[in-house]
Design a protein around this ligand. Structure first.
Ligand code: ADP
Length: 251
């Protein structure tokens, strides 16, 4: 079966510092359908925000953020487990850092772990292990992590589910007349140097990290589809019916 990596951002997964359970269930339902056609790997954000539901620490401080992530990771995984149990899907947790991609030996190790999961019908759920890592060992955002995972596991496509319908010529949250791009073949390199522009207080990426992820994948002969994670119809049409109605395809 073809492999796909799905990355879901904080904006989609959390609401008012809690896990957005209904949206998570919709995502889980979509993944259950996708697994009839694809081997799926999920890359998820949301641990820091989930941690904030249990303890109130300052997430802008390094230790606060790590302590929140450590508390939030099991909360996040428990929420996923409850929902995947409905579909009888067993999940596995894989925590990675940028370092894991630097050494061929370590990359091979997690590639083989993910292969073993997929061969046995288990859904690997990946997140960045930022708890005991230094900033130099981290991507710092799950957009670039998920692009590297997609490449490492030889997934043809990375699907990024965010709080927008796709990539626009300007920020759609600020400009009503922003126009969406349907297909993008090349990322202007000057855009990759822009500072990150996340929309949510717990988000770390913004559009720049998504463009970096797309640039990496295009250069490695893979594709990325950026679409809405609040309303999953664009993802569903594209992935299950082969119809590109909404969302931006980078190829
Ligand atoms: P996520 O949590 O899904 O990773 P982010 O908040 O990190 O979401 O990134 C998505 C946000 O990027 C959008 O909500 C939007 O405000 C912002 N953004 C800035 N410029 C653009 C653009 N040109 N096209 C789309 N989104 C943009």
């Amino acid at each position: 079966m073809n492999r796909i990596v799905i990355k879901v951002g904080t904006a989609v997964l959390t609401q008012d510092n809690n896990i957005a359970k209904e949206r998570m269930l919709n995502l889980v339902t979509l993944i259950a359908k996708l697994r009839e056609r694809y081997d799926v790997v999920l890359v998820t954000s949301g641990a820091v925000a989930a941690g904030y539901s249990a303890l109130k620490l300052d997430k802008r401080k390094q230790i606060g953020k790590k302590a929140l992530a450590a508390a939030g990771q099991p909360i996040l995984m428990t929420a996923y487990k409850k929902k995947f149990d409905i579909y009888d899907i067993t999940t596995a947790q894989i925590l990675l850092t940028e370092d894991d991609f630097d050494s061929r030996k370590r990359t091979k190790m997690f590639q083989e772990i993910i292969d073993a999961h997929l061969e046995n019908g288990i859904l690997p759920i990946v997140n960045e292990n930022d708890i005991t890592s230094t900033p130099e060992q981290l991507f710092g955002d799950n957009d670039q992590l998920s692009a590297n995972v997609a490449h490492a596991v030889e997934s043809e496509l990375l699907v990024i589910l965010s709080d927008i319908d796709g990539y626009y010529d300007k920020n759609p949250q600020e400009f009503k007349d922003a126009k969406i791009y349907k297909v993008v073949n090349e990322i202007p390199q000057n855009l990759l140097a822009d500072i990150s522009t996340p929309n949510n207080e717990f988000a770390t990426g913004g559009i720049v990290t998504k463009l970096k992820a797309a640039d990496f994948l295009i250069k490695n002969g893979r594709k990325m589809f950026l679409c809405n994670g609040f309303n999953l119809s664009a993802a569903e049409s594209y992935l299950l019916e082969g119809k590109h109605i909404l969302g931006t395809l980078f190829e």
